[in-house]
Design a protein. Structure first.
Length: 639
């Protein structure tokens, strides 16, 4: 009977490919397994005889069709079994076998089919750990906060979500809270290019900015140094008082010049001393590093700017910083656009808060991918051995007793190969040996006794063998050092108070008396209204907000004029702009296909309410309450 005939006899929902028992013990584990005592028996001598496809009604021998069978067990991810079948009659393709779930079982270890590749008359079937395959079938979203559970507890909850069959879980540190790393402040994340400043709408000095340093007009280099210091302070959430202290300090200490030396070993903008713990000479002369060191000590301190400067610097002349407060105030205001903003409207303060850290599985992310990510973030391992799922760090694995002592003088060992490089320890070794003599599963420890750089203890990383061969190749690695828990993300919250609109009061006297952002936007709306532009779909959706406009392009142009928008938004995008609810001066009404606004008490936008051609301008009619009820209402805080 051919393979095709055998496959045609029956089918089942979950088909099973069974190897015969390999002659070793079942290796049953305790509920809480000890990794030092685990053993898989798949390395014993085996043959491919009596390989069959089994199901509820399907019992088909296919050993004659098997040309290759490769098994790889690893702690790097999912272990795999790869079988090549020669199927000239295309029995596998014609059967219903691949419309169902296919599993290989070797001594109670199950592998699920995940991939089929055809090359001429040969079909390569790739299987992975059945438990891992079931984890791939589970999807998020799911999350838990780090202040409530440990990383290992969250992973265990994912494992327990697989109900049939139950997956055993092992982690000796499951309830232990790991140390949390510090947030790294890098120079790359603080120094801002002119292009980034424009794209990200960050604060900074405008073209042709002019101010004085110790009574003399600041040079371009002094201007750049002040801006770099203020960039760091803004990124760290420094208040205006602390920003003033930083500028007063560099004016007094270095005249805002990045000096290579100074009193004793002092150097840089802040004249910080390496001998006093401020960093190396290269660091104290790096404006970003020096500024971060200053702000790290200054943020959170109370008092006047001069008092803060003195508390950080410890100067022999404690009142010297106060004399530069006027210049510092001009510089900080120019950085935030105060000197050049309409009507001197804006007062901006920033603060920082840590985002609550959560372990999570994404909405479309499978559990196995998420567990791998969670392990790699802290350099832990996640793998299956003998039917048990391990979530563990290398140091725990490495602390167990050595399962084997290896030497090239052993009869069962053919070779122990490695590479050695000057100045680098050997981190990987490869053992070629007889498979039936190997007794150390992945994740256990072996000891090499031969003299040389490879001598010592090693972790078994990967075992690879062909089921047609008595030989195996084993990869050994040195342990990785676990990483601390990632530091929580810190976000900067910027709050802008708009002058002339404090307390929600509106200026009187018409457009001329409406100051700052409010005045600019009202003038822009009036200007667009006066041109009587026609309605053009997609109009205004360019980097210049140029006319003519559609509904969202016109509203975006007015908001952009007031500095409330960096790039044009669609009607749907404006549904989440600003803050919920109406404003006292400006209210935006948005839904998926239309948007307009009310500015200074009058409705404005594109529609027949404005003019017959549908162009942007002030409405000639007031929309009714029923019409307005269909829109999402948004405003800008303070307006």
């Amino acid at each position: 009977m051919t393979l095709s005939d055998r496959l045609a006899e029956s089918s089942t929902v979950e088909e099973m490919v069974r190897f015969p028992a390999l002659g070793g013990p079942a290796g049953r584990l305790r509920h809480e397994p000890d990794p030092d005592e685990e053993r898989e028996w798949i390395w014993r001598d085996t043959t491919i005889g009596h390989l069959r496809l089994d199901g509820k009604r399907l019992h088909v021998k296919v050993e004659e069709a098997v040309t290759s069978a490769e098994l790889e067990r690893t702690i790097e991810g999912a272990s795999t079994l790869t079988i090549v079948l020669h199927d000239q009659a295309r029995a596998l393709v014609d059967s219903d076998l691949f419309n169902s779930r296919v599993v290989v079982e070797i001594d109670n270890l199950r592998f699920a089919l995940v991939k089929v590749a055809k090359q001429n008359d040969d079909f390569t079937l790739t299987f992975e750990d059945d438990a891992i395959n079931r984890l791939r079938g589970m999807r998020g979203p799911k999350r838990a906060f780090r202040d409530q559970v440990t990383r290992a507890e969250f992973v265990r909850s994912l494992i327990r979500d697989v109900k049939h069959p139950v997956i055993r879980f092992y982690c000796p540190e499951v309830h232990r809270r790991q140390p949390i790393g510090k947030r790294a402040i890098t120079k790359a994340s603080q120094r801002i290019t002119r292009r980034q400043r424009g794209v990200q709408r960050k604060s900074g000095f405008g073209p042709g900015v002019s101010f004085t340093i110790k009574g003399s007009r600041a040079s371009p280099n002094q201007v750049r140094n002040c801006e770099r210091v203020l960039d760091v302070g803004a990124s760290m959430g420094a208040t205006k008082t602390v920003l003033l202290a930083s500028i007063m300090t560099i004016i007094q200490e270095s005249t805002a010049e990045n000096l290579g030396g100074g009193d004793r070993d002092s150097a840089g903008l802040f004249q910080q001393r390496p001998s006093q713990g401020w960093g190396s000479h290269a660091q104290v002369t790096d404006p970003e590093h020096a500024a971060h060191s200053f702000f790290a000590r200054a943020i959170g301190k109370s008092g006047s700017p001069g008092a803060i400067s003195q508390s950080v610097q410890g100067s022999a002349f404690p009142h010297a910083y106060d004399q530069w407060r006027g210049e510092a105030n001009t510089i900080v205001d120019a950085f935030h656009g105060g000197a050049g903003s309409p009507g001197g409207l804006d007062t901006t303060t920033t603060s920082q808060r840590a985002v609550r850290y959560a372990f999570s599985v994404g909405r479309n992310e499978d559990y196995w991918t998420a567990i791998n990510r969670l392990a790699k973030e802290v350099q832990w391992r996640c793998f299956m051995v003998a039917g048990t799922f391990y979530f563990i760090e290398d140091t725990e694995l490495y602390a167990s007793r050595a399962r084997m002592r290896l030497s090239e003088h052993n009869q069962s060992v053919d070779w122990i190969n490695y590479e050695w490089d000057t100045g680098h320890a050997v981190a990987e070794a490869t053992v070629e040996c007889r498979a039936n003599e190997w007794e150390a599963p992945p994740g256990t420890v072996v000891e090499i006794t031969d003299p040389g750089p490879q001598k010592g203890r090693w972790l078994v990383n990967t075992i690879h063998r062909s089921l047609f061969s008595r030989h195996a190749e084993i990869k050994l690695h040195k342990p990785m050092v676990a990483l601390p828990e990632p530091a929580p993300q810190v976000v900067t919250v910027t709050k802008t108070t708009h002058g002339g609109l404090i307390g929600g009061s509106l200026p009187s006297g018409g457009i001329g008396a409406t100051k700052g952002k409010a005045g600019v936007m009202l003038r822009k709306a009036t200007e667009i209204d006066s041109h009587n532009y026609p309605y053009v779909w997609g109009g205004g959706h360019n980097s210049f907000f140029s006319p003519p406009y559609d509904c969202s392009g016109g509203v975006s142009a007015v908001l952009h004029a007031g500095g409330l928008l960096g790039s044009p938004l669609t009607s749907g995008g404006l549904m989440s702009w600003g803050a919920p609810g109406p404003g006292s001066f400006l209210t935006v009404y948005a839904k998926g296909d239309h948007v307009f606004m009310r500015i200074n008490g009058r409705f404005w936008g594109t529609s027949g309410f404005a003019r017959p051609n549908g162009g942007a301008g002030f409405f000639n009619q007031t929309p009714g309450a029923s019409y307005l009820s269909a829109f999402t209402v948004r405003h800008w805080p303070g307006l």
